[in-house]
Structure formats: structure tokens, C-alpha cells
Design a protein around this ligand. Structure first.
Ligand code: BTN
Length: 248
């Protein structure tokens, strides 16, 4: 496994604006980033391994040292678009950009990325209020190789030649920083184009798993909320996850 290098990961980035940490091991890059004050515009934490990687809804994120991506970027976001959806979109675009191909990493609401119907990337966004500012802690996990895995987890190891890990990290950082500084006008259209379940029947599951709504996914609104056409009405679903038959 080729270990990540500062030169490769931060190529072309203005390091005067970034407090960066390239680690061998850490409990969770999100935890580490939370502890660091935002003295510059961005804190970036990348580790080869996590001993207590965290997923959404209190789940664990399996994080062996196997050439995967575990990274967190912390910053203040003043854009109106919902960060949680935009980040997934930027990662899907970055994969196309560096490979020069249509990788077709599909977006599953709110922010999973799938290839061949398997989850290859998860995003955990947390926030903290610091005085008047809200600091976002954006954690990204992308799997190249998982020595053991659940049936719905995928890997992109076979694409490593066209999606080298350092290049992908670099491209994702470039585009998140570009987004934070310039915004993204058509994010909603572009998100829907890359969504893998437009017009498909699915279950919207609330965070506590207690509420389940079944309907046809009808896209998202300006706030990134799910528009779900149920038997009786068009519902706006603001949080939770979705579950698709035969996928997860
Ligand atoms: C999910 O449940 O889909 C979100 C997974 C997020 C995992 C990443 S890996 C880097 C960062 N640090 C963590 O502890 N979690 C996120």
C-alpha cells in the first residue's frame, strides 16, 4: 500500500489557509478535527486508519488500515445550499473529473455514494457553534478495500488506477474549498441528475427508525429535503434515510 504523502494530498492547495494533519492512526478524524480550533479557514485531518470511526445515526464506521480514505474538513459554510447533499455531489463529480470517465457514482439520499448498487462512500456532517459562527465538521469515508464487509458495502479498489487515492483526496479538497468560497448555483439539478433513485419507489425511514413512509421519490427541494409522492399526498421529508428494495 502506497502511504499518503503531504505532497500528493495537498498539491496545488494554499496551505497558508489550512491547518492540516496527516496521521497514521486516530480514533476518528471527526473527533480530532473537533478538538482543533479553527485558526485558519480550514482544518483538514486525514488518517490511514481509525480505531473508533463513526457513521451516521450512531453507527460504527469500519476503518482498517487498508488504503481507504478517512478524512475530515472543518470550516464555516455561508452558502445557502444544504452542505450535506452538496458534499456527496462534489465527491461524485471529483471521481469523474480525475478519472476522465463517467464513473457513475450514484447519490442516495441524503448523502451516500453507490457504485454498482453498493455503498462506497459515507459522509458524516456535524456542526458546532463557536460564538456567532457555525463550524461544520465534514467527515468522508471512501472504501478501496475492506477485508471484511456487509453485503451492501462496496469497494473501489478495482478503479484505483483511474481513481488514485491521493488524487481523489486532493480533488475532493479542491472542490470543497472552491465550493465554500464560490457556492454552487445549480447544485439541485446536478444532484438530481446524479441521484440513483429518481422516480423509484422507496421507504423513507426516520432517524429513530420509528416512522416509515412509502412512496415514489420525486426529487428534492431547495433545502435538500426529500419530496416523496405517497399514495395520498406529496410529503416533504427533512431527515432520516431511505431504503430501496434490493439495495439497502
Ligand atoms: C455514514 O454512516 O455513512 C457516514 C460515514 C462517515 C465515515 C467518515 S470516515 C472519516 C470521518 N471520521 C469518522 O469517524 N467518520 C467519518
Amino acid at each position: 500500500m502506497h502511504k499518503l504523502t503531504q505532497k500528493g494530498v495537498f498539491k496545488g492547495l494554499n496551505l497558508e489557509n489550512i491547518d492540516f494533519y496527516l496521521l497514521d492512526t486516530v480514533d476518528s478524524t471527526n473527533n480530532f478535527a473537533k478538538e482543533k480550533p479553527l485558526n485558519k479557514d480550514y482544518v483538514v485531518v486525514i488518517s490511514e486508519q481509525q480505531t473508533a470511526g463513526r457513521g451516521r445515526q450512531g453507527k460504527k464506521w469500519y476503518s482498517p488500515s487498508a488504503g481507504n480514505i478517512y478524512m475530515t474538513i472543518k470550516f464555516i459554510d455561508s452558502n445557502p445550499a444544504p452542505l450535506s447533499l452538496v458534499i456527496g455531489l462534489l465527491i461524485s463529480e471529483a471521481m469523474d473529473k480525475i478519472s476522465g470517465q463517467k464513473i457513475n457514482a450514484g447519490l442516495k439520499w441524503p448523502n451516500d455514494l453507490l457504485i454498482n448498487k453498493k455503498k462506497i462512500c459515507g459522509i458524516l456532517i456535524e456542526s458546532e457553534v463557536n460564538g456567532d459562527a457555525v463550524e461544520f465538521i465534514v467527515g468522508i469515508g471512501i472504501n478501496y478495500l475492506l477485508p471484511k464487509k456487509e453485503s451492501w458495502w462496496g469497494e473501489i479498489g478495482e478503479l484505483a488506477d483511474i481513481l488514485p487515492r491521493e488524487k481523489l483526496i486532493n480533488s475532493i479538497l479542491q472542490s470543497i474549498i472552491h465550493y465554500s468560497e464560490n457556492g454552487y448555483m445549480d447544485w439541485r439539478d446536478e444532484w438530481e441528475k446524479r441521484c440513483m433513485h429518481m422516480g423509484i419507489e422507496l421507504e423513507a425511514v426516520s432517524n429513530n427508525q420509528k416512522n416509515i413512509e412509502i412512496g415514489i421519490f420525486n426529487g428534492i427541494n431547495e433545502e435538500g429535503k426529500m419530496l416523496l409522492q405517497t399514495r395520498n399526498e406529496l410529503k416533504v421529508i427533512s431527515s432520516g434515510e431511505c431504503s430501496i428494495k434490493g439495495i439497502y
